[in-house]
Design a protein. Structure first.
Length: 261
């Protein structure tokens, strides 16, 4: 089987499924694990080289997310086999990993991988269960600075925040990725803020609108790797674990001050 992955999420999953021997190409954005950098590339995730893909005609193409959904349908109409996923939650991400394992004829490896990841998520749940619902921290994820965009229901990162023991700004009616006003966020007063673009940090720290947020005053501003925060592959569990530890550290600090009970 010859497989081309057009998304870092699937490339990481294929590697975790011990199926790197099947990969004959990736997108320019695929960078983990390191050895995928040696493979031929077929454009970026945002703009794959569709004509080249049709010429190569792999046995399976892997696409991801709403941006690549229309492209996946076009490739299918060209007679190519496509595996597409766009998980809205961590649970759906694990299901997609198992489905991809079936496509790659690695069902046993896929079952073992998902079981290991589920065990780690269970450990996170046991940790965060020690934090009373009433005092769970408000967490704001910055996806884009100008305009200011955050995650809502339907974005797997929204689910990661809740699994890690936090509370989100947006309610159930919001879009997966929604534009918000800085004043709306600062009025909500997040306890923890995180993002993956380092360039956002100085903008945030020098913006007077944000100066009085709890997260700013307590120093809970976190720059997390894009490879963890923006991909729904196996490292989505690493992201959940890391954020849960940030949450639990915050909770313990609050408890020592007599705030969290």
């Amino acid at each position: 089987m010859r497989v081309i992955s057009l998304a870092p999420t699937h490339t990481e999953t294929i590697a975790a499924l011990e199926a790197m021997d099947l990969l004959v190409g990736v997108s320019e954005d695929c960078d983990f694990p390191e050895k995928v950098r040696r493979l031929p590339t077929y454009g970026s995730w945002a703009s794959p080289d569709l004509q080249a893909l049709c010429r190569v005609a792999p046995d399976l193409l892997c696409t991801f997310g709403s941006h690549q959904e229309e492209m996946a349908e076009w490739l299918r109409r060209q007679g190519l086999s496509v595996f597409h996923s766009d998980p809205a939650t961590v649970k759906e991400a694990l299901r997609a990993m198992r489905q991809l394992a079936e496509c790659l004829e690695r069902p046993t490896v896929g079952a073992r991988l998902v079981e290991r990841l589920a065990d780690r998520l269970q450990a996170v749940e046991e940790l965060t269960a020690r934090i009373p619902d009433a005092v769970r921290p408000k967490i704001f994820r910055i996806m884009h600075w100008h305009p200011l965009i955050t995650v809502g229901p339907g974005a797997f990162q929204y689910d990661v925040i809740e699994r890690a023991g936090g509370r989100n700004l947006l309610g159930p009616q919001a879009a997966p990725y929604e534009r918000v006003a800085p004043e709306q966020v600062t009025a909500w007063n997040p306890d923890i803020i995180f993002f993956c673009e380092p360039s956002i940090e100085p903008l945030l720290l020098h913006d007077a609108v944000w100066a009085h947020c709890s997260a700013m005053r307590s120093g809970h501003i976190h720059v997390l790797p894009c490879g963890l925060t923006c991909r729904a592959g196996p490292r989505i569990v690493d992201m959940t674990v890391q954020l849960a530890q940030i949450v639990f550290d915050w909770f313990q600090h609050q408890a020592t001050r007599g705030i969290a009970g």
